[in-house]
Design a protein around this ligand. Structure first.
Ligand code: SF4
Length: 202
C-alpha cells in the first residue's frame, strides 16, 4: 500500500473515479502569438501538432464516451488542421465545445470565416487578456495585441457573441506580482474601454 492509500485508510476514505465530464484536448503548440507567460511555450515556430491518427483516436473516444464538454486548446487550437473535424465530431456527440481562443487568431489570414464557423456550431469561446489596460497587455503579449484582441472580440460580437469579460483578467498578477482587483470592476473597466458608448452593445 502506498503512502497515499495508507492516509486515505487512516481517515476511512475511499476514492472512486467518477464519470468523465470534460475532455480537454491539446491539439498542438503552434500559436500565432508568443506570450511571455505561456505555460506551454507556444509560438509561431512550434511544429509539435496533433497527428491525424491521434485526432481520429480522440474522435473515436468522444463518440464512444460522449463527454458533457470538449475543451479544445493549444497553442492556438484553430491552427490545427483537425480543429474543425474535432468540433464537428464533438457537437455531433452532443458535447458542449469550448474553443480556447486568443482573439488575435481572428485577424490572421485564412481565419476570416472563423466567427461564422464558431457561431454555426454554437461553440463557447473562452478568451483571455492579461489585463484590461493596453500597456499591460503589450508588456506581456507584445505590441498591437490589445488592439487586435479587441477587434477580434468585436468580430465575434457582431456574429453572435455576448462577451462576459469579467472572467478574463486573472493573469495580470503574473507580471504585476499582485492579485487582480474585483472582477466586476475590471470587467466593467474593460467594457468601457473596448466598447465605448455610443457603440456599446453593437
Ligand atoms: S496566446 Fe495562449 S497559447 Fe498562444 S502564446 Fe499566448 S498564452 Fe501561449
Amino acid at each position: 500500500m502506498n503512502a497515499f492509500d495508507q492516509k486515505l485508510g487512516e481517515h476511512q476514505l475511499k476514492l472512486r473515479r467518477g464519470r468523465v465530464e470534460t475532455l480537454q484536448v491539446n491539439v498542438g503548440r503552434k500559436c500565432n502569438q508568443a506570450c511571455r507567460h505561456c505555460h506551454v511555450d507556444a509560438g509561431p515556430w512550434r511544429t509539435e501538432m496533433m497527428s491525424e491518427e491521434t485526432a481520429q483516436r480522440v474522435a473515436d473516444w468522444i463518440q464512444t464516451h460522449r463527454p458533457a464538454v470538449v475543451d479544445i486548446t493549444g497553442g492556438a487550437p484553430e491552427l490545427s488542421v483537425h480543429f474543425g473535424f474535432l468540433v464537428q465530431i464533438a457537437r455531433g456527440a452532443g458535447s458542449r465545445v469550448i474553443d480556447r481562443n486568443n482573439l488575435t487568431i481572428l485577424e490572421e489570414p485564412g481565419f476570416q470565416d472563423l466567427p461564422d464557423f464558431l457561431a454555426q456550431h454554437a461553440i463557447e469561446v473562452v478568451a483571455s487578456l492579461p489585463c484590461y489596460l493596453p500597456d499591460n497587455v503589450t508588456k506581456q503579449r507584445g505590441a498591437g495585441v490589445y488592439e487586435k484582441s479587441v477587434r477580434g472580440l468585436k468580430k465575434l460580437k457582431r456574429g453572435w457573441l455576448r462577451p462576459r469579460p469579467a472572467v478574463a483578467f486573472g493573469l495580470q498578477s503574473l507580471w504585476a506580482r499582485r492579485f487582480p482587483g474585483p472582477q466586476a470592476e475590471i470587467g466593467n473597466g474593460f467594457i468601457a474601454r473596448a466598447f465605448p458608448a455610443p457603440n456599446h452593445g453593437n
